[in-house]
Design a protein around this ligand. Structure first.
Ligand SMILES: Nc1ncnc2c1ncn2[C@@H]1O[C@H](COP(=O)(O)OP(=O)(O)OP(=O)(O)O)[C@@H](O)[C@H]1O
Ligand SMILES: [Mg+2]
Length: 355
């Protein structure tokens, strides 16, 4: 089972919470502003090392307190690993098994949560940054060399950009090109391979959720018909003018199409939510198939903005995935997911398990 226990201290409106969790389906019910999304935010933080609502940790500390702490007990193959994320307004502290972690990505190898919340349409509506992050999260779970490749590319990119700043002799920037090209083409190739793995799963979910053909395309961040080397060559004068590299996988994007039309331009808000949910659930299914028994889905207020039919289809798919579920709702009568293994009442920052 993924997460067996959770302890939350002074996080948002949650003062002190300690919960024994169900391995399959946990439902958190409470009125507006009771702390339901905050609880999911604590769970997300435990696996991703960041919030899905705010940058940095300062807003996460409970008002009037100096710092917060979220601790989770993950059970895998008879072993328990304790994950801990703490923060003050100035600093963060991530621990795995009591030892400081090398980075937030290490958390995700133990507890990799995905979220579907009322803001999920931003995956399609916002700029490429969110879709790149979506893509890279997926690659991270299927390709062991991803982190190394990503870091190599971004290190070379930082050095190159620094050398492109005014006052620096221009050819200096070019010495980073071989490394940038090698790591960049590799990064692009493993992203492409991931989309190949995701596509059949997404097509199936697109049919089930939207009754339509859903496809994804990889925009690499440079011209489709040329190598990264040629693209960098052509862009060099422009790079110098801007003082930053204008082409490469740091500019990549994912295009999402429904029945051949770009989703951004064609679908309603409700459909956008279903489409973004299909992308997230496809990613979750791939992730779970690669690392069984690890993944979790956080589902925040799924009834928001979805009609009864759409909600029913979404919950049908969710129920079919063998992952640990954390769901929030205003009322306990959420149809479609069956009876929760554990039902929790959230009230003014306190959480108690229903008998
Ligand atoms: N750092 C903080 N310290 C104390 N309270 C906070 C902090 N940040 C947010 N809150 C409060 O926490 C409360 C709960 O917010 P949360 O978003 O978790 O509620 P919710 O149960 O998801 O509500 P809704 O049903 O409206 O989505 C809000 O009233 C918010 O003002
Ligand atoms: Mg909420």
């Amino acid at each position: 089972m993924p997460l067996a226990r959770l302890a939350v201290d002074q996080f948002r409106c949650l003062a002190q919470v300690e919960l024994a969790l169900d391995p399959h389906y946990n439902l958190f019910v409470g009125p507006n502003a009771s702390g339901k999304t905050s609880l999911l935010e604590a769970l997300f933080l435990l696996g991703r090392g960041r919030s899905f609502r705010t940058r940095g940790f300062s807003k996460l500390v409970r008002q009037g307190e100096a710092g917060f702490r979220v601790v989770g007990w993950v059970e895998q193959g008879g072993l328990t690993t304790v994950l801990g994320v703490g923060g003050t307004r100035q600093s963060a502290d991530i621990r795995i098994g009591g030892q400081p972690a090398a980075g937030a990505a290490e958390l995700a190898t133990h507890f990799p949560p995905l979220i579907i919340d009322p803001e999920i349409h931003k995956l399609l509506e916002d700029g490429p940054h969110r879709r790149r992050r979506f893509l890279d999260w997926g690659v991270f779970h299927v390709e062991p060399s991803f982190m190394d490749t990503w870091q190599r590319y971004h290190r070379a990119l930082r050095q190159r950009n620094a050398a492109l700043k005014p006052g620096i002799v221009a050819p200096g920037a070019r010495i980073w090109d071989p490394e940038l090209i090698a790591a960049g083409e590799r990064l692009s190739r493993i992203r492409q391979e991931y989309l190949g793995i995701l596509t059949p799963v997404l097509k199936d979910l697109g049919r089930r959720l939207l009754g339509a053909d859903v496809t994804v395309g990889h925009l690499t961040g440079w011209g489709a018909d040329e190598s990264l080397e040629v693209a960098l060559e052509k862009s060099f004068e422009r790079d110098r003018r801007y003082g930053a590299t204008q082409v490469g996988p740091h500019r990549a994007d994912v295009s999402v199409r429904v029945e051949g039309h770009l989703a951004k331009e064609r679908v309603s808000r409700g459909q956008q939510k279903l489409l973004a949910a299909a992308l997230t659930l496809a990613q979750l299914a791939v992730q779970e198939s690669r690392h069984p028994g690890r993944s979790a889905l956080l589902l925040d207020d799924p009834a928001a903005e979805l009609d009864a039919d759409s909600l029913g289809r979404l919950l049908d798919v969710v129920r079919s995935l063998p992952v640990q579920l954390f769901v929030t709702a205003l009322r306990p009568d959420l149809p479609g997911l069956g009876a929760p293994g554990a039902l929790f009442h959230v009230e003014q920052g306190g959480i108690r398990r229903a008998p």
